[in-house]
Design a protein around this ligand. Structure first.
Ligand SMILES: Cc1cc2nc3c(=O)[nH]c(=O)nc-3n(C[C@H](O)[C@H](O)[C@H](O)COP(=O)(O)OP(=O)(O)OC[C@H]3O[C@@H](n4cnc5c(N)ncnc54)[C@H](O)[C@@H]3O)c2cc1C
Length: 433
């Protein structure tokens, strides 16, 4: 990997997501380690706003941050664009598509990938949204289907083109279906006079008995009401069985003909090959870590963020796979690694829950904070503020703020561009995680 030898201990960090990037920033400041940040993309992705890219609200660049900026003008800090393929823990070595690296400490922060729960037809034919290229694929597909619907005389085909089906009513599914409903309500009547908006339908399918299952029941009720007001058709207790590219079959009597089926029903860990099988919790596909984020069975290998499963009394199934635990674990591990150098005792990680939120659309969001729940304009305002605050990079914040203001005033979605037309099989194979 062309990393010079150093007197300082080398820390390899795999993954420049919320966890890895925050850890790298802190460690680089300490100046006590040689830090090598490795990612298969040269940018950090702000995943919470991916749905705004896929629904034309934000440009892709405004939610990405170049990882080389983390190391700009910093000593003993390196970035390598590489896909890490395996780990040889015995020889303290990682292997990648650009070569190998010997480390003193290894931190795995590889996040998660979409979980299809073994459903091959869904994996083969649906759209999913974990990366910017995938969000752009969805954007193109939505716009291409609308263009097609504007010229299609065949009623059945038009129905398929104008039916949008989203599986999974967690925050991503709720936000996505709300945003598509806003496209229908605000953009179609102006841009597509040849499309009858009453023909465009948005279906949100959820296997459980409420939307936003990770949030409070009150938040779920409010969110469902907001969705219905926007015109989203919510189908609870509905599990997807199959999708052949045109028809979504479910466990109920309802099946859905659609050209746009978006799978947002769950994620699973994305570990790297090579560690002992006992280090991975099978069902979750995440590394079992102790309270110091050390992977079970290894002293100098750590896991943080989505990929780490840290069980505790308050979190028997591990922390939620969201940004805050990842950010907090990244920052906490930096302090513990410094403690290791100073031969001090490590401190256990304690998660500080800052609350959960989801937005459904313009002036509509829900927030669970401590034991209270609120929704509507105030919640929406807080959602916007928090997302701007955590968005990485000053430039990105300014651009996003400008875009949101413009869209709010004009009821617009300015990035309705088919830059790279979506061709199902070709593009998807390239972008497969
Ligand atoms: C659509 C969507 C919406 C979300 N919305 C919210 C939200 O509103 N609020 C919230 O708190 N959370 C949200 N989340 C979850 C949140 O984004 C994750 O919990 C968070 O990104 C986890 O951070 P991480 O650092 O563990 O992993 P990630 O941010 O996923 O980063 C992992 C990094 O590792 C890299 N990588 C993976 N494997 C390799 C390899 N083998 N070699 C090299 N590099 C590798 C990847 O390229 C990536 O950059 C959302 C997630 C998605 C997908």
């Amino acid at each position: 990997m062309n990393i010079p030898s150093s007197k300082l201990p080398t820390i390899a960090i795999i993954g420049g997501g919320f966890a890895g990037m925050n850890l790298a920033k802190k460690l680089i400041k300490l100046q006590k380690f040689q830090v090598v940040l490795i990612d298969k993309r040269n940018y950090h992705t702000f995943q919470p706003l991916l749905y705004q890219v896929s629904t034309s609200s934000l440009e892709a660049d405004s939610i990405a941050y170049p990882l080389r900026k983390v190391i700009t003008k910093k000593k003993n800090a390196f970035f390598r664009l590489a896909d890490v393929t395996s780990i040889d823990a015995e020889h303290h070595t990682i292997f990648s598509d650009i070569g190998e690296l010997v480390y003193d400490y290894l931190v795995i922060a590889t996040g998660s990938k979409t979980n299809f729960f073994g459903n091959e037809s869904v994996e083969e034919n649906s759209m999913w949204m974990k990366t910017i290229p995938q969000a752009l694929n969805i954007r193109s597909l939505i716009l291409e289907n609308l263009e097609q619907a504007a010229i299609t005389q065949d009623k059945k085909a038009r129905k398929r083109l104008l039916n949008f089906v989203i599986a999974g009513a967690g925050p991503t599914g709720v936000e996505l279906s709300g945003a598509i409903a806003e496209v229908r309500n605000n953009i179609i009547p102006r841009d597509y006079p040849d499309v009858d908006i009453s023909e465009m339908r948005i279906h949100l399918l959820e296997g459980l008995d409420r939307v936003l299952p990770p949030m409070s029941e009150k938040a779920s009720e409010k969110a469902e009401k907001f969705l219905k007001n926007l015109g989203v058709e919510v189908h609870l207790n509905t599990m997807v069985k199959d999708y052949d590219g045109q028809l979504v079959k479910t466990n109920t009597e309802l099946d859905f003909e659609t050209e746009t089926f978006i799978w947002s029903a769950g994620v699973t860990g994305s570990p790297v090959k090579g560690l002992n099988a006992s280090a991975i919790v099978d069902k979750a596909n995440r590394y079992q870590v102790n309270v110091f984020n050390q992977i079970e069975g290894y002293e100098n290998i750590f896991a943080i963020g989505d990929i780490a499963l840290m069980q505790s009394e308050n979190y028997p199934k591990g922390h939620p796979m969201v940004a805050q635990p990842a950010i907090q674990q990244g920052k906490h591990l930096a302090k513990n690694l410094e403690r290791i150098l100073k031969k001090q005792q490590l401190e256990p990680f304690n998660y500080f829950d800052k609350g959960t939120m989801a937005t459904i659309g313009r002036n509509k969001a829900v927030v669970d904070l401590n034991k209270s729940t609120f929704g509507g304009f105030f919640a929406w305002f807080i959602w916007m503020f928090v997302h701007l605050w955590f968005l990485v990079g000053f430039r990105n914040r300014i651009i996003t703020f400008f875009n949101w203001t413009y869209n709010y005033i004009n009821f617009d979605r300015a990035s309705r561009l088919i830059i790279r037309p979506f061709k199902l099989h070709k593009v998807k194979l390239e972008d497969k995680e």
